[in-house]
Every structure is written in C-alpha cells, then in structure tokens.
Design a protein. Structure first.
Length: 401
C-alpha cells in the first residue's frame, strides 16, 4: 500500500472500534437488559409490552437513521463534517440510559426506549457515512469485514453483565454507556483529510441499483430475523431426547459460536475482495453457502445437522452483510446524500426483525420448521441472485483519487 494511504489504517482501526462500540451500545440492552426491565415492570404482561417496545423501537430506528444521515449530509456539505452528530448522539445515548434506569412504568420505559433508538442512530448513521467519505474503495472490503467485530464484542459484554449479578440495573446501564463512549471516542479524533477522500460530485450510479442491492440484503437477513428468536424452538423440534436445560445451554453455546466464527472469515473475505477489486463473487458465494446451511437444517432433522447448518448460515450471512456494506457504497446514486441513502439501506436491517417473526408464525409449528426453512432458503438464494445484475458497477480508477 502506498504511503499516502498509511493514515487510513488508523482510521480503519478507529472506525471498526467505533462500530463495535455502537453495537455494544444497543445489543446487550435490547437482548438482555430491556427484557429484564420489562419483566420487572410488567410482570405477566411482559410479552405484550416487550413486543410493543421492539416494534415501535424498530420503526423509530428506521426513521432516525434516515433523518440523522440526512442531517449529517447537510453538515458535511457545509464543511462541518459528521463527527459532531456522533458526539451529540453519544451524549443523548447516556441521557437515554439514565431515563431507562429511572422509568417506573412500562409506558415511560417505552418512551425512553424510543429516545434510546434515536440516540443510537444519531451515532450509527453518520458513522457509516464516514466509511463512504473517508475510507478508499480498495480498503472498504476490509472495513466491512471488520464490522463483524461488533457482535462478539457485544456478546462478551452481555456475558459480563450476566456474570456480575450483584451490579444494579443503573450500574449495568452505566457500564454499557461508558464502554460505548470509550470505543466511539477515538473516531472523533482520527480522520482522513477530506482532500484525500473522494470528491463530492453529481450522481454516480442509477438509483434503482441501490434499491436492488437493499432488497438483496433484506432477503438474506430474513432468516436471521426468524431464527434469532425461534432457534431454541427449532432445536426442540429435532432434539426430543435432550432435557430442556441441556438443550438451552447447547443452543446458547451455538449462538456464541455464531458470533465469533464470522469475524476471521469476514475479514479475510473483505481483504481478498479488496485485492481482487471484485465483491460480487464473494457476495453470491456467501448467499449460496447460507442457502445450503438452511437447506441442511430443513432436510436433516438431527441436532448435529441443525447445528452445522445454522453455523454455515450464520457465518455466510455475516460475510454477506459485511461485504454488502462496502459493495453498496459503490452504488450510492449521489455522493452529496450518502448519509440519507445509507439510512434507506438500513431499512434492510430493521424490516427483517418485523417480517421474520411473521413468517415463522405463518409457516412453522412447534414440531415442524421444514416449510419455514425451505422458504427462507429460497429467499436467501434470491438475495444472492439479485446481486448478479449489479456486478458491472466498478469503482473509480485508483489513480483518479
């Protein structure tokens, strides 16, 4: 790598750490602390209140990501950059955790959760636009692969929170906020000179290509939206000889592996796609492997086959999603609206969390997930196929920077 790009590696490190910090900011809370809080406040009505919090939160997150992406575009166009929005989002995140800690009823908790979703996306939306602004295309695959650091880092924080049962709820939220701020802060200080980044220009790609790529991402994520909630039930349907507690422990181990294993694979695939200057083969290949994993789960009703199939899906889907972020940056129709358009892409992250459970409800029974898995496999493969017509989009020549 030529010397002019050497500072970018500091930016890459700060960017990947910041993204991991953002994931730490929301994943342990949504998967662990929020259900516990709802249980304490709502008791027997916890399922209904948690569903309301999740659905309204997902809708709020979708709109907030687009809004803060657009606002950061306006700041960037005026020469102010996007980092001010990230800093403001961190302050708002800390305040939202304080509101969550003092919430004394399910209704006030939901209001605080909506504020939390706005704050998190005030951090995330400008952060992902920085990837398009300041990281050169020949390093975006690596940057995308490094996004896979987030889930295992957040899983480690969740394990820490579970292990330290003596810490109060407020202290747990404060710990999550502190870790998030510490991880994101370096990105506020490290930046690539704007003169070295790709210049703002008029539209660079037809807008419909971005929408096709977003639909592809959504289709690949649908299986994750379904399986993340109902994986234990699937294994109950193929593991009737195991005690429930033993089965739950094994599923927990499997989920931990599904967070850890994608990291080295995604980083390697990202780096190889940078060197080849081609991401389409890796994206399509990942979608095919994910499809095969789902088919294995559907056609071989055995816990070992199910575990292998789920890990194959989890690793391949994580690689697809990591590289898709770098791929989508090439398809942004107008560099002046990167933040806003990446916010629209973010809908493919939030919509599966709403559609996945509906598909499960419609197609699965407690004793049979076959039809659901076959449909999810077909949708995942369709996501890979949709990438193929976009393969002709190429990055600008490196010498043009």
């Amino acid at each position: 790598m030529p010397r002019p790009f050497a500072p970018t590696y500091r930016l890459l490190a700060a960017f990947s750490l910041a993204h991991a910090g953002a994931v730490i900011g929301y994943l342990p809370f949504l998967s662990l602390l929020l259900p516990l809080k709802v249980d304490r406040l709502a008791g027997e009505a916890r399922i209904g209140w948690l569903t309301v919090a999740v659905v309204l939160g997902a809708a709020t997150a979708s709109g907030a990501n687009i809004l803060f992406g657009w606002l950061s575009d306006r700041s960037f166009a005026r020469g102010g950059g996007r980092r001010g929005w990230i800093a403001g989002g961190l302050v708002a995140l800390a305040l939202s955790f304080a509101a969550i800690a003092v919430a004394a009823s399910p209704a006030t908790l939901i209001v605080a959760v909506l504020a939390f979703q706005c704050a998190v996306n005030a951090v995330l939306a400008p952060m992902m636009a920085i990837m398009a602004d300041e990281i050169p295309d020949e390093q975006r695959g690596l940057a995308g692969g490094l996004l896979a650091i987030g889930p295992p880092a957040a899983g480690a924080v969740s394990a820490l929170l579970v292990a330290d049962t003596g810490r109060s709820e407020a202290a747990q939220l404060a710990l999550v906020a502190a870790l998030t701020i510490a991880a994101v802060a370096p990105l506020l200080l490290v930046r690539r000179p704007i003169a070295a980044a790709a210049p703002l220009a008029v539209a660079t790609a037809p807008a419909h290509r971005l929408w096709v790529a977003s639909v592809a991402r959504l289709l690949v994520q649908l299986a994750g939206g379904a399986l993340s909630l109902y994986l234990l039930y699937y294994f109950q349907s193929v593991s009737d000889r195991l005690a429930p507690r033993t089965l739950a422990a094994r599923v927990g181990t499997l989920l931990t592996l599904s967070y850890i294993l994608p990291l080295p694979v995604a980083v390697l695939a990202g780096r190889l796609s940078d060197q080849a200057d081609r991401r389409t083969p890796y994206l399509v290949g990942a979608a095919v492997v994910a499809t095969l994993g789902l088919l294995l789960m559907a056609t071989v009703p055995h816990p070992a086959a199910g575990a292998v199939g789920f890990l194959a899906y989890a690793v391949a889907a994580a690689v697809f999603l990591a590289l898709h972020q770098a791929f989508a940056v090439r398809l942004l129709p107008d560099p002046r609206h990167r933040g806003r358009d990446l916010g629209f892409i973010n809908l493919s992250n939030t919509v599966p969390s709403l559609l996945g459970p509906l598909l499960t409800w419609a197609l699965a029974t407690p004793g049979d997930f076959t039809l659901l898995l076959l449909v999810l496999a077909a949708l995942t493969l369709a996501g890979g196929v949709l990438i193929l017509p976009l393969r002709r989009v190429r990055a600008p020549a490196r010498g043009a920077r």
